[in-house]
Design a protein around this ligand. Structure first.
Ligand SMILES: [Zn+2]
Length: 349
């Protein structure tokens, strides 16, 4: 069964701003209910500082390969027997081959004509077009290569804090038969869970989160948004679980619309908190297997210190795999809910 395991630990020191009195500081170690991954959570008031991406954007505009003229003239094209037009297009989004061989099939969607779209300014329809193009490409490459590729690893590095080197908004996908490393771990653990309980993990987990109402935020259609019990990001994490949907081909047009709407709401929340970027990734079951529900993880990314470009990922996180979260998932969920309630009138495009 699913358990929300946590332990309290403390550290003691003589506090420099409290007349060097001896104090105990308490924190929590929580364990991901599926993978057992430990995160350390300590609620501290930590404010991000605004990053001027317009300035950086202007500096990088001249050499941007995704701005309109360069994109039409210079971007890689698909072979004509695969796609006569060379690029997939929908609305203002364009999907092109990724020139770096990240995977057997790797593509990039350039989402907008605008070179820079800061947090909160991306339209819902643009997010919808981008995700739709990724699944259109994934289906088409499968039939072109006469293979039932198991996965469409949709992911998004939004803004340079996320590691994205190009500021021009773009999403990516790898269409492969194999899971990526962490995804593999999730699948293995979910297989064990199913073997032991006869049930799919994320359906059970979602049910428990809905019952508890501590971290559950909202539901649109089949998409459920929550702040996961063991959030990994320095400023927490959000999770969208799509009910009754196991592999990428089972994600319907309505689901993409709901996902786009939820992502827009999250981006408005991030804008209000001055979080300039995020990482996002889709996790699915292989075709024909019901191991995990389709779900999307969204991980806010900030500079820890804007002035020295310190990132929010340090050695313990990167090399030891230890996660430190400065905000509790419960507070993150509560803050997002109250933000949406306060700004309800501004939800729509
Ligand atoms: Zn550009």
């Amino acid at each position: 069964m699913i358990s929300f395991k946590k332990e309290i630990y403390n550290t003691t020191y003589l506090h420099p701003r409290k007349d060097f009195q001896k104090i105990d500081v308490f924190a929590e170690a929580r364990y991901d209910p599926l993978t057992g991954h430990r995160v350390r959570i300590y609620g501290i008031e930590w404010k991000t500082k605004r990053v001027d991406f317009f300035y950086l954007g202007e500096k990088s505009k001249d050499r941007c390969p995704f701005c309109k003229d360069a994109l039409e003239r210079m971007a890689a094209r698909f072979p004509k027997d695969f796609l006569e037009e060379g690029h997939f297009k929908k609305g203002e989004s364009t999907l092109i081959p990724n020139i770096l061989p990240y995977a057997e099939n790797a593509a990039v969607v350039i989402l907008t004509k605008e070179h820079i779209v800061p947090m909160g300014k991306m339209k819902k329809s643009t997010i919808y077009d981008g995700i739709s193009l990724i699944f259109e490409y994934s289906r088409k490459i499968s039939s072109y290569k006469r293979k039932d590729y198991n996965f469409a690893h949709l992911h998004w590095n939004y803004m340079p804090t996320s590691g994205g080197s190009l500021i021009h908004p773009h999403m990516q996908v790898y269409v492969t038969d194999t899971a990526l490393n962490y995804h593999n771990r999730v699948l293995e653990k979910a297989k064990d869970f199913k073997k032991n309980t006869g049930q799919e993990f994320f359906s059970k987990y979602l049910k428990k989160e809905v019952e508890e109402q501590e971290r559950f935020i909202l539901k649109k259609g089949r998409c459920n948004l929550l702040a996961p019990f063991a959030s990994k990001g320095m400023l927490g994490e959000f999770l969208i679980i799509i009910e009754d949907s196991y592999n990428y081909r089972e994600i319907l047009d309505e689901d993409i619309k709901d996902m786009a709407e939820i992502l827009r709401l999250i981006s408005l929340f991030f804008e209000a908190k001055e979080i300039p970027g995020f990482n996002l990734a889709l996790f699915s079951s292989p075709i024909g297997e019901e191991v995990i529900l389709n779900h999307i993880r969204i991980y806010p990314r900030v500079y820890r210190d804007v002035e020295v470009f310190a990132t929010d990922i340090e050695t313990p996180t990167l090399l030891y795999g230890e996660s430190f979260c400065l905000i509790s998932p419960e507070k993150n969920a509560k803050d997002l809910k109250s933000f949406l309630e306060t700004n309800y009138d501004n939800w729509e495009d």
